[in-house]
Design a protein around this ligand. Structure first.
Ligand SMILES: Cc1ncc(COP(=O)(O)O)c(C=O)c1O
Length: 442
């Protein structure tokens, strides 16, 4: 399948502060301390400071201090109550997922009945594609980005095969224009306008994992609908990172994980969204289990399910309480602080990091590939490392010798994500100071 090109949008660097001194960073932290005290910050393996400067919250978020205590509540209730915990635990287990629904809905800008916490991200994408990727003779294509996370690539290819279709034929991978790193919204929309009658599903990342680009979810969803297709979103790097309004934007379905910006721990239980307009259709194909039926009918042991007109109909199994507990703790934190406040702090931190980088790494073979327009990115800045032994070696040195934790994506990207809940201006200063001393070649 040919890949369409993309067209340019000029995005001049946003003007920002160009502070140079550690004292300036510390002063900013005193004025805008965030919520770092609520988290465990790992000790540094090396460098001048006792704790790491953590920039990998876009991969695995840090542990909130409350997580352990609240998880212990569940373990204690299990020890104390056995099976009776389903009804008598401090947070009864049978309706446990209801505790997460409201905060998760507020996080992604959805109605409560559109949102559920369940499974893992790719599993949710599959469950939702079973319902929403319904190719017919004319419309078979699934549009993804060429820079899609591999799990999404594999998932859509396997969905095509489930329908007896050849993934090489039906999966379209949209590429940025030659010489560019990020997809242009206008080019995605233009592709849909041109060939949309062949497209069944558009499945894009809300924030791209490699480049940190924030897509225009509203515009692409509208263009997808204008083409008569379904708009699904992988929000792994968007949930808890940028404000979302999934209901108002008319997104058909979405899924996200909880271990990155949501800080709910490795492999944490994920989230899923189905738009209200799809909830009342009793004939929509769906994979079901005993948790897909109305809660009140679950123990009738009936042979036929009676699914509710909510996203709960996509649940299959009973929720894993020990795994749900850290998600509950984390969502409560987001609910308390609020995405608007977090986004404001995120813009300030990432803008500060960008300004420091621009003032320091120019001419050293390190280039920011994330969009320069703050409205087109979340917390993450991705750096292409052309200098020296490469991004992975650089990340190892940064961690070992400077206590700066960043991660890399093949072949040459170093990712730095200042997370507004717990990262500091001083962390940003440390990262750039460390880079300046580590990357010396031009
Ligand atoms: C954008 C994106 N999609 C999908 C996944 C896969 O997630 P999971 O293993 O939780 O299904 C990841 C994991 O990091 C991701 O970043």
């Amino acid at each position: 399948m040919p890949n369409p090109p993309a067209m340019p949008e000029s995005t001049p660097p946003a003007p920002g502060p160009v502070p140079s001194a550690e004292a300036d960073a510390l002063a900013r932290d005193a004025a805008d301390p965030g919520h770092r005290h609520l988290f465990h910050i790992p000790p540094a393996p090396g460098g001048r400071y006792p704790q790491v400067a953590y920039f990998a919250g876009n991969s695995l978020g840090l542990q909130p201090r409350a997580t352990r205590l609240e998880l212990l509540d569940e373990l204690d209730d299990w020890a104390r109550l056995g099976v009776e915990g389903h009804g008598e635990a401090r947070r009864p287990w049978l309706p446990y997922h209801e505790l997460l629904r409201g905060p998760a809905a507020r996080l992604v800008g959805a109605l409560p009945e559109e949102t559920v916490v369940m499974n893992s991200l790719t599993v949710n994408l599959h469950l939702l594609m079973v319902s929403f990727y319904r190719p017919d003779r004319r419309r078979t294509r699934i549009v993804i980005e060429d820079a899609a996370f591999p799990s999404d690539s594999y998932a859509v290819r396997s969905q095509a095969r489930l329908h007896g279709l050849d993934p090489e034929e039906v999966v379209v991978r949209l590429r940025p224009r030659p010489g560019e790193d990020t997809l242009r919204t206008a080019d995605v929309c233009e592709y849909l306008a041109r060939t949309g009658e062949r497209v069944a599903l558009v499945l894009l990342g809300g924030v791209n994992y490699r480049t940190g680009e924030l897509m225009d979810i509203e515009a692409i969803t509208a263009a997808t609908h204008a083409a008569g297709a379904i708009a699904g979103w992988d929000l792994a790097h968007a949930a808890g990172n940028v404000p979302l309004r999934l209901h108002d934007w008319g997104v058909d379905f979405a899924a996200w994980c909880s271990y990155k910006y949501l800080n709910a721990g490795p492999g944490a239980v994920a989230g899923a969204f189905v738009h209200q307009r799809h909830l009342a259709d009793p004939w929509r194909p769906r994979l079901e289990g005993w948790w897909s039926t109305e809660a009140g009918t679950r123990f009738e042991m009936a042979p036929v399910s009676r699914p509710p007109a909510t996203v709960d109909a996509w649940q299959v199994s009973n929720p894993p309480i020990m795994a749900m507990s850290p998600v509950r703790t984390s969502l409560e934190l987001f609910d308390t602080v609020g995405m608007a406040a977090l986004r404001a702090r995120s813009l300030a931190l990432t803008g500060y990091l960008e300004a420091l980088l621009d003032g320091t790494t120019a001419g050293r073979g390190v280039q920011v590939v994330t969009p320069r327009d703050p409205a087109r990115r979340g917390a993450q800045l991705s750096l292409r490392v052309a200098a020296g032994p490469g991004a992975s070696a650089l990340a190892r040195v940064l961690r070992r010798e400077e206590g700066v934790v960043a991660d890399t994506r093949e072949p040459d990207i170093l990712r730095l994500a200042p997370v507004p809940l717990y990262s500091t201006y001083h962390d940003c200063w440390r990262a750039v100071d460390a880079l300046a001393r580590t990357v010396t070649e031009g």
